[in-house]
Design a protein around this ligand. Structure first.
Ligand code: S3P
Length: 439
């Protein structure tokens, strides 16, 4: 077990490029593997989650060469070139890997079994099993739609329209990826806007995806097309950058620039929320790289105030709430979050687990069925359990900047799922943090 300890009174300054975007890294492996030709990926996130996806495609016969930890060469095998894996495919801690892969595997000629770690094995999969079954997929799960998932091969899929009851990019993507193997048109609508990396990257690989509606609500594609290899430049992950946006906002005297961060409008809820709270955040060097917008983000410390977080921003900041809660704990007044029940089925129940941790650190908060109410105050020292959740570990590491004493975070090795070298990079810009092995 890895234990983090933070020391108080740090400030964040200088320049930092956080690791590559997790969502795009997963998708680059999936689409690069199924493309015709050779795809070069730079800026790849070599965290455990994306390595699980990489290992799965290697196990299905795809040659993926790591030129460096962040530069890959993927020798695509074409849409029907995957081979049956000899063993179960281990998705580790990654919901994205499991849900998107299930969509793709539903259209293969061979059977496959997807397994995950303790946290992933408790996460709901009926949300993808239902629409994929409507397409003709045959998927067996444990009781209640939990992993492992056994996906039957050799079935014919047919295109459907799926009106998803939840705003989830993983559900949308699983259906669209199965749609690549389905007859006719597959389309998805959902109750809120979610990240559109699948759609953008499919287009980057030359696949026609149509998005219609004022805000892009109706997404459709035709099955039986092909993907053409391309080059992918993965920007820094805004979800990893978010820890430092909050850190620099709450730590007095901070002035930090985060380089080459993906600012896809379906991901920038954290910037909007922090700005509503009074954060001093500026964007520069805005450019489009490989179909995705990127920018440098400068954050200076500011006095934050509590807000009622607009519900339409929730899906656009879905992974950033643990650290947004830390911002709320350091703000004056009350912050209210509603419409965020999805947080309960992430790597942990992020509402409950964050509330426990905040209370341990002396912050008053009240859990509600779909959110939380946090009273800003003074963070104290305390010992936090991460509950197998990387973003809980990192959120409380950032809290250390404003805590009156040391914060200890147990079971923190999970940061490697999305942010390898977190301790080294965070220390380099001023976070007082150390990691040690514990029992
Ligand atoms: C992701 C979608 C989101 C997000 C996850 C990555 C993706 O999950 O929380 O970290 O890459 O599609 P949901 O679709 O379950 O909201």
């Amino acid at each position: 077990m890895t234990i983090f300890k933070t020391s108080p009174n740090g400030k964040l300054s200088g320049d930092l490029r956080v690791p590559g975007d997790k969502s795009m890294s997963h998708r680059s492996i999936m689409l690069g593997s199924l493309a015709e030709g050779v795809t070069h990926v730079s800026g790849f996130l070599n965290g455990e989650d994306c390595m699980a996806t990489m290992n799965a495609f290697r196990a299905m016969g795809v040659d993926i060469v790591e030129k460096s930890s962040t530069d890959l060469v993927i020798h695509g095998v074409g849409m029907s070139g995957l081979q049956a894996p000899k063993n179960d495919l281990d998705m580790g801690n990654s919901g994205t890997a499991m849900r998107l892969m299930t969509g793709l595997l539903a259209g293969q000629t061979f059977d496959s079994t997807l397994v995950g770690d303790e946290s992933l094995s408790t996460r709901p999969m009926n949300r993808i099993i239902k629409p994929l079954s409507m397409m003709g997929a045959v998927i067996e799960s444990e009781q209640g739609g939990r992993p492992p998932l056994c996906v039957k091969g050799g079935v014919s899929l047919k295109g459907i329209h799926y009106d998803s009851p939840i705003a989830s990019a993983q559900v949308k993507s699983a259906v669209l990826l199965a749609g690549l193997y389905a007859s006719g048109e597959t389309s998805v609508t959902e109750p809120g806007i979610t990240r559109d990396h699948s759609e953008r990257m499919l287009r980057g690989f030359g696949y026609d995806v149509s998005t219609t509606g004022d805000k892009g609500e109706y997404i459709s594609l035709q099955g039986a097309g092909t993907l053409t290899a391309t080059n992918i430049d993965v920007p820094a992950d805004i979800s990893s950058a978010a820890f430092f946006m909050v850190g620099a906002s709450i730590a007095k005297g901070s002035d930090l620039t985060l380089r080459h961060v993906g600012i896809n409008p379906t991901r920038t809820g954290v910037i909007d929320i922090l700005k509503l709270m009074g954060a001093d955040i500026g964007l520069s060097n805005q450019q489009e790289v490989g179909g995705e917008p990127v920018a440098d983000i400068r954050i200076r410390s500011a006095k934050l105030k509590g807000i009622h977080i607009p519900e339409e921003l929730v899906p656009l900041a879905i992974d950033e709430f643990p650290v947004i809660f830390i911002a709320a704990a350091c703000a004056t007044g009350e912050t209210v979050l509603t419409g965020a029940e999805e947080l309960r089925v992430k790597e942990s129940d992020r509402i409950q687990v964050m509330a426990e941790g905040l209370k341990t650190c002396g912050i008053n908060c009240e859990v509600t069925p779909d959110g939380i109410i946090i009273q800003g105050g003074q963070l104290s020292s305390g010992t936090i359990e991460s509950h197998h959740d990387h973003r809980i570990s990192m959120a409380f590491a950032i809290a250390g900047l404003r805590a009156s004493g040391e914060i200890t975070i147990n079971d923190a090795a999970n940061v490697d799922t999305s942010f390898p070298d977190f301790v080294k990079l965070a220390s380099s810009v001023g976070l007082g943090i150390s990691a040690r092995a514990g029992s």
